[in-house]
Design a protein around this ligand. Structure first.
Ligand code: FPP
Length: 257
């Protein structure tokens, strides 16, 4: 838990001041490199620097969860060499950063179809998660071989297994019941979604979980996204009124109570 009490957080979240969960599509590494006549992989290497900065800044700002889209289920379509570079970067980052994350009380969680990765990478992922699982500070979620449709489908399959084995009844199923089967089930839903790199789309990221999330798009390319860029995104978030289907007057009453 952060410096804030649970009830205070609820109020702050309702009045839109503090994001508990920030989710980011880190786009623009390739363009950043091309602008400097560098190969695309150089953009990904510098992108990792931005990851370090933003993880540390989120921890400082008492953000509870930071979810980063590192590799989508569609990214396998990229040139084989680039896929290889991204996998190597992921392995190196896991090897080099885990101790530092642990020292900073960060809990690491990887979501996505990890069976597609080489056994060595799968083992590194498992070790990193085990090593940091008791940490109580920022939860850093890395979405790797992840797709929003995949997530809904795997959740649906597991829920139907429970229906078929009669642990659940079909008639009692409601919208919220799928939540507990989703990849981020035990975490609060994202409050603030950020996409860098100028595109304004969700690209099969957290489709189910983004239902009420505030969306923020910036032209800034991911390797240029730093602490001041994050501050701009959080300021934009703080200036919005989140209504969750209620009226503006109802929200003002709750916030003022
Ligand atoms: C999108 O930029 C970025 C990615 C597909 C990979 C993101 C990876 C990192 C930031 C580094 C590794 C991170 C971790 C957590 C280990 P793009 O290549 O699509 O850029 P473009 O749109 O300019 O081509």
């Amino acid at each position: 838990m952060t410096n804030y009490q649970e009830a205070e957080i609820q109020d702050l979240v309702l009045s839109g001041q503090l994001p508990r969960h920030v989710a980011i599509i880190m786009d623009g590494n390739g363009r950043w490199a091309r602008k400097r006549n560098l190969p695309r992989f150089a953009g990904h290497r510098f992108g990792l620097e931005s990851v370090r900065k933003i993880v540390s800044e989120c921890a400082k700002r008492n953000v509870e969860v930071l979810t980063l889209f590192a590799f989508s289920s569609e990214n396998w379509k990229r040139p084989q060499k680039e896929v290889g570079v991204l996998m190597d970067l992921f392995m190196t980052a896991l090897k080099q950063e885990v101790k530092k994350l642990h020292k900073n009380n960060v809990r690491l969680k990887i979501v996505g179809g990890r069976e597609a990765f080489k056994p060595k990478l799968q083992a590194l992922i498992q070790d990193a998660e085990d090593f940091t699982q008791e940490n109580t500070g920022l939860t850093l979620v890395i979405a790797a071989n992840y797709g929003g449709r995949w997530d809904i489908m795997q959740a649906m399959k597991r829920m139907m297994e429970d229906v078929m084995s009669e642990q659940r009844s079909m008639d009692s199923l409601g919208v919220g019941d799928l939540d507990q089967y989703m990849s981020l089930s035990e975490l609060p839903e994202p409050d603030l979604f950020i996409r860098t790199g100028g595109e304004q789309r969700i690209s099969n990221f957290l489709l189910w979980q983004l239902a009420y999330t505030e969306l923020y798009f910036t032209e800034t390319l991911w390797p240029d996204f730093d602490e001041s860029e994050l501050a701009k995104a959080i300021d934009s978030f703080s200036s919005r009124q989140r209504r969750f289907g209620r009226t503006g007057e109802q929200v003002e009453q709750v916030a003022g109570a």
